[in-house]
Design a protein around this ligand. Sequence first.
Ligand SMILES: [Zn+2]
Length: 211
Amino acid sequence: MRFGGCCWFVLMILVVVGGCRVPSASPPDPAPVLSQSVQRFPSSCLSPCLVPIQQPDHALCVVITQGYGIGTHTPPEVFGAIDLAVGSPMDGTSDPSATWNVAVRAAHDGMVIRVAYQPSLAGNHVRVANERFLTAYSHLATVTVQEGQWVRVGDVIGTVGSTGASTGPHLDYQVWVWSDQMHDWVNQDPLIFHPTQTFCPSRSAGSEPAS
Ligand SMILES: [Zn+2]
């Protein structure tokens, strides 16, 4: 009798815990526990605070080649992203030769929760998450992290490529925010977290065909 009561108690805990934090829509990965990231990175950047193909010394001219909610980034609640490339500081247009194999860096502290390959969609892609933010990096040429690995903002997680459904070298960058109200990840425009002033002016922002 005591054993049976114990099992019910454990089952109830599993139901309560399991039922309250598992997102139902894409991306399907549950958020890791914040306390772990806080302990590991006491002076952390938990929200997206680095444009992921920018260098730590902000040396690159980074341009947006396809904007949020445009073209292949629709519907935004599913495919919301911005495409990033290295641009020419002279005219602000993307420079494919300078974009290939540029380091892709974690936009914030968190845990690598997904490393996978989707041949018809994201190609080689990585997801990094903490309790509040999940960022996704697609079409990578190479991936240099593993699932379960903790990264700090600026750590290299791969290199820019054109794998999956892509017409040229660029980084498809998504930001998702955990909603306690919806119990799910909600896609957000990355420019909410990365002001446009941090990008190199581009004559063609939002209109280039790379997706
Ligand atoms: Zn894209």
